[in-house]
Design a protein. Structure first.
Length: 301
């Protein structure tokens, strides 16, 4: 890795830490959104550095779909114990049982969209005024429309055409009663930056990101992991493939790629040759051209 690139990573880290400290200075009750994916893990590591030697001064918030990779939940619980931080869990299953949302039916059913209601209810119940997320501008086109400080109205909705200017690294966190903010400290990072930072900082990540044997089936141009939540069609065949996952989400919609990258160095080399974004294997993003933006306007991450 070149000296220039190391300096660039330092700049990204400094920017993210500055934003995290701004959040703590401006908001009364922030949380860090934690999915168990690499971006939220890096965010947690940055928060640890930002407030060292003190503990991370705000809770982690996980919206639990109930359709998780078991490895993700195990990693989450071990990390929370290691860092000695508070964890808030919003349950999509509870939202379904309360009649707040209706579970989708059919082969392509997913709980991904249902997370929005659970997230907004959790924010309201816990009086959260800022939710820190790990969104990056290179993930998906609607992500590129976000500011670092993303205002949400009293319905939790996002208006991409009505955002505040962010000049000279000045961030306006003013809000009215019932409103809140989403903040994205690693917005300027790329997938490659994330992996180089993980390598440099020696950050532990779930085994799902490394190549491993797994039972999968071919659906929506991706290798979808077999689980009890899938409804199989007659022509679908369960195979054992050596796969890894570039992004983690609901197990029913997270597609893997065939890969032999079983080390961080091999992952970095593999990514350097990729021509598709990491969310290209997420079937929930394939529902329409504006699937992500539509969900974000309604209050999604």
């Amino acid at each position: 890795m070149s000296k220039y690139y190391l300096n660039y990573i330092d700049e990204l880290e400094s920017e993210a830490i500055y934003i995290l400290r701004e959040v703590y200075a401006q908001f009364q009750n922030p949380v860090l959104l934690f999915s168990g994916g690499k971006d939220s893990i890096v965010m947690t590591h940055l928060a640890k550095k930002a407030f060292y030697p003190c503990k991370i001064p705000f809770p982690l918030l996980h919206i639990d779909t109930g359709h998780n990779f078991p490895e993700t939940i195990k990693f989450r619980d071990e990390l929370v114990h290691k860092l000695d931080v508070n964890l808030i869990v919003g349950s999509v299953q509870e939202s379904i049982e309360k009649g707040e949302v209706t579970e989708e039916k059919g082969k392509n059913a997913t709980r991904n969209a249902l997370q929005t209601t659970t997230l907004l209810n959790t924010i309201e119940t816990n009086k959260i005024d800022c939710a820190i997320g790990g969104g990056r501008r290179d993930e998906e086109k609607s992500r590129a429309k976000e500011r670092f400080f993303s205002h949400r109205d009293d319905f939790g909705q996002w208006d991409p055409k009505n955002q505040r200017p962010e000049l000279w690294s000045l961030f306006n966190g003013k809000y009215f009663e019932g409103e809140h903010f989403r903040v994205f400290p690693i917005s300027n990072w790329t997938e490659m930056d994330i992996w180089n930072y993980i390598k440099r900082e020696k950050i532990d990540i779930p085994s799902l990101y490394f190549s491993h044997d797994r039972q999968v089936l071919w659906r929506n141009n991706s290798w979808i992991p077999y689980s009890e939540y899938l409804i199989l069609e007659n022509h679908e065949e369960i195979l054992t493939k050596k796969v890894r996952f570039r992004t983690l989400g609901d197990i029913t919609i997270t597609g893997g790629i065939e890969s032999h990258a079983d080390t961080i160095e091999k992952i970095i080399l593999e990514i350097s040759k990729m021509r598709q974004t990491e969310r290209g294997n997420r079937s929930d993003d394939k529902r329409s051209e504006t699937a992500m933006e539509d969900r974000k306007k309604q209050g999604y991450f």
